[in-house]
Design a protein around this ligand. Structure first.
Ligand code: ATP
Ligand code: MG
Length: 439
């Protein structure tokens, strides 16, 4: 890229140099020709002042060494005198343009290429009072030789200019490319790179993409580490119990207890794996959802029923109230959503605690509110509980069988349904999660 820019700049400057020089040569050559003509005119004016033809001839002879040729032509075109050649041998001149013009208009000029091709002859002719024509002429370099003789100088100047433009092109491309190169080196830390404003949106976008990439790479890494860790705990206990049974330790009663432990850990592994699979599914199936019209109240009631046993176990009562509210949603997902919220409200509750679920309209929108009289969540945890595997109190959550994926799934479902969640919670008082569906 850099080389390309460089080459183009150099090419452009060389082109500019040569075209400028060509123009200058043309202009200069034109001036040069006009100057010669002007000189010839002055000279002819000077000669024609002589009174007799003899005097003109004498003047012509005197000046023939200087390269100026004087010719006198009769009215009929025959040559009377020529300072360079014997006039007797010269053909009739009445067809020469400058002579014709002089007959008609009093004066005439012409430029003709000489026999030696690198020269041109400049003619100036003027009609004298007696009708004869006086012509003076001079040979001079023509445009080609003019140009060729200028070539060495041109080449030297062009060479110098090329070198200068090469240096400039180098500096220019360096300036252009430098911030881009720097950016590549300092994608993460390079706040202090100075770049020009045209580059800003581009750099902004690259930085953003880079950050996103890193972020998702970190997330994935973290997720893998978490998954491995979560799998390890139940597997370790399964392996421990199995070992004890294998060694034939303890009574039959103990063996039953070990088996129960294995069962519990295995169940835990299953829910964990289910959650992970669910999350992976949600990650993949972005966009194409099977939406249907759902009566939220009916779903909430079904869910409360299903969780009744768990609630009884925790000595918690669930009450549902509200009106029929319809939303467009994916049945499985909405079911999961309600389940996870009510499940948390039961699990992170106190003995004899309460769970209230409410479904109702809020203007155009539909709201689902799940509140509890439980342990609550302190401010610093409130933002993080939606992260995968995040649990406020690891030991409590683990004793209740939580893996910290429930709310991560909830968040996912909210995003895919364009729903908003408002969380209010106070430690020891309780938690309220309010979900607002656009519709
Ligand atoms: P899982 O739902 O996957 O079985 P979990 O319940 O631990 O496990 P989340 O549902 O994601 O995971 O909840 C994350 C954490 O947020 C919980 O461990 C808990 O500490 C806290 N939390 C969630 N809901 C409540 C609530 N209603 N009251 C108090 N704390 C809560
Ligand atoms: Mg949960």
């Amino acid at each position: 890229m850099k080389k390309k820019i460089n080459a183009r700049l150099v090419f452009l400057s060389i082109l500019a140099i040569f075209s400028t020089m060509l123009c200058i040569t043309l202009v200069y050559y034109d001036l040069f020709g006009k100057q010669i003509m002007a000189n010839l005119e002055i000279y002819s004016n000077f000669i024609r002042e002589y009174d007799t033809i003899d005097e003109i001839m004498a003047a012509g002879d005197r000046n023939s060494q200087d390269g100026v040729r004087v010719t006198l032509i009769e009215k009929d075109g025959s040559v009377v005198y020529d300072s360079a050649t014997d006039s007797e041998t010269m053909e009739n001149h009445s067809d020469r343009p400058e002579i014709l013009s002089a007959y008609e208009n009093g004066e005439g000029t012409d430029i003709r290429i000489s026999k030696t091709l690198d020269q041109s002859t400049y003619y100036y002719a003027v009609r004298l009072e007696d009708g004869m024509v006086l012509r003076v002429s001079e040979e001079a370099e023509n445009i080609f030789s003019f140009f060729f003789s200028a070539i060495p100088t041109l080449l030297v100047i062009a060479g110098l200019l090329t070198i200068i433009s090469l240096i400039f092109a180098q500096v220019l491309t360096d300036n252009l490319v430098e911030p881009i190169e720097k950016l590549a080196e300092h994608l993460d830390d390079g706040e202090n790179i100075t770049y020009y404003e045209e580059l800003e949106p581009f750099i902004h976008m690259i930085r953003k993409q880079h950050q996103d990439l890193r972020h998702s790479a970190n997330m994935r890494q973290e997720f893998t580490a978490n998954v491995s860790h979560e799998l390890k705990t139940p597997l370790t206990s399964i392996s421990g119990y199995a070992e004890l049974i294998e060694a034939g330790m303890g009574t039959e009663e103990d063996t039953r207890r070990f088996a129960a432990g294995i069962h519990k850990s295995a169940t835990r592994l299953l829910t964990l794996i289910n959650d992970i699979i669910r999350l992976a599914e949600l990650d993949v199936s972005k966009g194409e959802l099977d939406l249907e019209r759902i009566n939220l109240l009916v779903m909430v009631n079904a869910c409360a029923e299903m969780l009744q046993i768990s609630a009884q176990k925790h000595n918690v009562t669930i009450s549902v109230e509200g009106e029929d509210c319809y939303i467009m949603g994916n049945r499985t997902m909405i079911d999961e959503l309600i389940y996870n919220l009510v499940d948390n409200a039961i699990r992170y509750n106190y003995e004899n605690g309460k769970v209230y679920v409410k479904v109702g309209h809020e203007g155009e929108k539909v709201a689902l509110i799940v509140s509890d009289t439980g342990i609550g969540i302190s401010k610093e945890h409130q933002e993080r509980i939606f992260e995968r595997f995040y649990r406020v109190d690891k030991s409590r959550s683990k004793s209740t069988g939580g893996t910290g994926l429930g709310l991560a799934i909830v968040k996912h479902i909210l995003v895919s349904h364009d729903a908003k969640l408002e969380l209010t919670s106070e430690p020891d008082k309780g938690t309220t999660m309010k979900i607002i569906f656009e519709e």
